[in-house]
Design a protein around this ligand. Sequence first.
Ligand code: CDT
Length: 312
Amino acid sequence: MSRILTVGAAQLGPIQRDHSRASVVQRLIALLHQANQHGVQLVVFPELALTTFFPRWFVDDITEADHWYETAMPNADTQPLFDEAKRLGIGFSLGYASIETDADGTRHRYNVQTLVERDGSIVATYRKVHIPGHEHHEPGRPFQHAERYYFEPSKEGFGVWRAFDGVIGMMICNDRRWPESYRVMGLQGVEMILCGYNTPIHYVPDPSQDILQGFHNALVMQSGAYQNGTWVVGVAKAGVEEGVDSLGQSMIVAPSGQIVAQTLTTDDELIVARCDLDWCARYTGTLFNFDRYRRPEVYGRITTQRGVMLPD
Ligand code: CDT
């Protein structure tokens, strides 16, 4: 049996501070057109794909940063993308910053990734779970990574959705480093995980990790794919954005853990793979048959404990 989903990982080069959303949306549409030539059914764009990675700057009054967030999706700037994707019959997943307002007027800021079906309907909007970096201004740094100031963590966690004739999940950037992200989706039968990222090459707390960024990126996505028998589509916003060099190496990983496509540049670049969703069962029905082999009764610490508890 085979259930082929042809997927495109649409890596973006940098988005500078003064680039308008309208100009970025034109780049997304150009990638969509390329995807169409390859028979792609689902295009995955990166995390924060409409703006520069603004958490690299700190503002004392967070409302001064409101202009980086979307308050509706689609909106006037992104409607041309929605329209063109629907016209072509291509679905897509798009990362952006979102402000959501409760009935009582309380505002919430999230880092989100939305999934849109081929008919233009929104399947789901995932809110980032693992928020990396720091909450306060750290003046000694060459650049900030203040995601913990700008974004609330998701309360819902990781869902999966029946879409594209399969079971699709989403995660965002730092989520891909945590095995729990994949496993929670694996336990819901995920067949393809979509993940946008912005990963600065320079890791300020420990620069010895800089040279390993590409290795770690592949390591976590390949192991997450294999250990959960799922496809993983990791898509970067890459290159030198406002002076900060960010990792490319977007990739499509098979349930075997093998990389089947990888970008070569740090610019706008599309890679494509024909992903057989039935291939997942080769792993989830054998070595990683969860129902047969998992031992949740001895994994209690995974959900009851956050930090390390040393022995006496
Ligand atoms: N965007 C994002 O989550 N980036 C992080 C950088 C970690 S360093 C603060 C990542 O895990 O790639």
